[in-house]
Design a binder for this molecule. Structure first.
Ligand SMILES: [Zn+2]
Length: 63
């Protein structure tokens, strides 16, 4: 019974999907995986930017 696939709309592309679990369709999962692998480093770099901005600001406030 639980092995019956669910029929739902993909939350990402809104196209009908049929999978065992709710989530992005196979097509979207493919794109998401490529995105995670490709943008993974960019996200990490973006995290560092605010940190570096906080330090000069605190120093400037003390001045
Ligand atoms: Zn999709």
């Amino acid at each position: 019974m639980s092995s019956q696939p669910l029929d739902f709309e993909c939350p990402r592309c809104a196209r009908p999907a049929s999978q065992a679990t709710y989530g992005p369709c196979a097509d979207c999962r493919h794109q998401l995986r490529a995105r995670f692998e490709g943008d993974g480093r960019q996200v990490e770099v973006a995290r560092y930017e605010p940190k570096m901005n906080v330090v000069p600001n605190q120093v400037a406030t003390k001045d």
